[in-house]
Design a protein around this ligand. Sequence first.
Ligand SMILES: [Mg+2]
Length: 155
Amino acid sequence: MQAFNQLNTKDIVDYLIILDIDGTLINDDEHQLDKKTLDKISELKESNQIYLCSNSRNHERNKKVASLANVEYLDTDIRKPSKKILDLIDHSPFKKRLVIGDKFLTDGLFAKNIKAEFIKTKRITSENDRLYIKFLYLIDDWAYAIFEKLENLKT
Ligand SMILES: [Mg+2]
């Protein structure tokens, strides 16, 4: 599993990309995007349409992040994995959809719900992450581990 800023983007072309914020671009509650992350977003932007989408309701902060990255932000209280999020976007020009995020239970299931491909990124965490955020990460990792086991059984 790779960090977002280390993704190989050469095969990511002509996608509608829905990009998570917390744990993917920055750790929970952080405001600044580092240069590597900004460069990677620019790289993806050259040949794809990107929307930032977060389950955090801190819209002001999320908008700041979006304006730093110069991409659009989906300002909504609808939360992943609801496929209603797709209704907020003019998605008709795009045949291919991609969700990039660190969480299986939100980003991964959202990708499934909107028939998108999913890239699960290595999570960015901090010792200062709030306790309930750490707890949610733990649950997500368990769920993903179980999912992977079941997938392996199928093959
Ligand atoms: Mg996240």
